[in-house]
Ligand binder design. Structure first.
Ligand code: RIB
Ligand code: CA
Length: 304
């Protein structure tokens, strides 16, 4: 059954949000109904999304601005300064987002299409938490939500940060979402860091020579320069891919807790095995078939 999707994103800071949007647009199984942007300068984030949609011939899909600061307004907003490079030009200043606020758009879409809407959340969870506060019934009427966020397997031999960016930026929002009862599939950092794209992959994509793929390549190249690396992780695209084909990953039911009052670990996610005492609140990805996912991603990005 085709998924009707709202993408909630902090597009522009890490390039993987743009790659996730591209993957959605190239996937027939997903019908993108709205993009909502969150965290930081939302005019810039909205323009990046609108420019990508228009290059893909999907300029009629609404892009709505949500909430700029974390819920409690007492945590720093992450902004790198390179957002928009590689895609926005001075003329794009005229791109205008939807007049509807992202929270209203999320709520109305879910309430109008009961049981139909899937949220793919690939930024801090501020917008989603605010939508739940605004209309708690969305937790019953949403079809499901795929969240790129958190770390659940700290000791799997990888050099992992103990907190993940999307949850750390707004732990209170994350706690609201994980406690909400929405059907959650969590795609955490310990799994997404097994996936990446490199300069050789970019060469292949650049051979397509469409305005859309040229923009993708240019954004990724700028990001690799910014990071000083020859590869970058496909965190957010993996969340999109799991919404289409969950055989790409291994999933287990778990109880995910979010630390909000730690001295050093605010925003840490702790995932406990589901049991009689710990009722599961999320389906958690614990591994990925990296090479199959990479083929899945590249084959779709190269579709004309
Ligand atoms: O930790 C990875 C997440 O943080 C991704 O969503 C990436 O886009 C960055 O924002
Ligand atoms: Ca992101």
């Amino acid at each position: 059954r085709m998924r009707r999707v709202i993408l909630d994103t902090d597009i522009g800071s890490d390039v993987d949000d743009a790659l996730a949007l591209a993957l959605i647009l190239k996937s027939d199984e997903l019908k993108l109904e709205a993009v909502t942007v969150v965290h930081g300068d939302l005019d810039v984030r909205a323009r990046i999304a609108m420019k990508m949609l228009s290059l893909a011939g999907a300029g009629d899909i609404p892009v709505a601005k949500g909430i700029e600061k974390p819920l409690l307004m007492d945590r720093p907003v992450f902004w790198t300064g390179h957002e928009g490079e590689g895609i926005l030009t001075p003329e794009d200043r005229d791109l205008k987002p939807a007049s509807t606020h992202a929270i209203d758009l999320i709520v109305s879409k879910i309430m109008e299409a009961k049981g139909e809407i899937t949220i793919i959340a690939i930024g801090p969870l501020t917008n989603i938490a605010a939508a739940i506060i605004r209309e708690p019934r969305i937790t019953e009427y949403v079809r499901d939500i795929f969240i790129m966020g958190g770390v659940t397997r700290l000791f799997n031999g990888m050099n992992l940060p103990y907190r993940e960016h999307n949850i750390r930026c707004d732990p209170e929002a994350a706690k609201i979402v994980f406690n909400s009862g929405m059907p959650i599939t969590m795609v955490p950092l310990d799994v997404t860091m097994k996936t990446s794209i490199n300069r050789d992959d970019l060469k292949v994509i650049s051979s397509m020579k469409t305005p859309f793929t040229d923009a993708i390549v240019s954004m990724v190249e700028r990001y690799l320069e910014f990071r000083g690396r020859d590869y970058t992780w496909l965190h957010d695209p993996l969340a999109v891919a799991v919404s289409i084909d969950e055989t790409l990953v291994r999933i287990v039911d778990m109880k995910v807790l979010v630390e909000t009052r730690g001295e050093v670990a605010d925003g840490q996610t702790i995932a406990l095995p589901a049991s009689v005492r710990e009722e599961a609140n999320a389906r958690v990805c614990i591994d990925v078939d990296s090479s199959r996912f990479k083929r899945f991603f590249m084959e779709r990005i190269l579709r004309s």
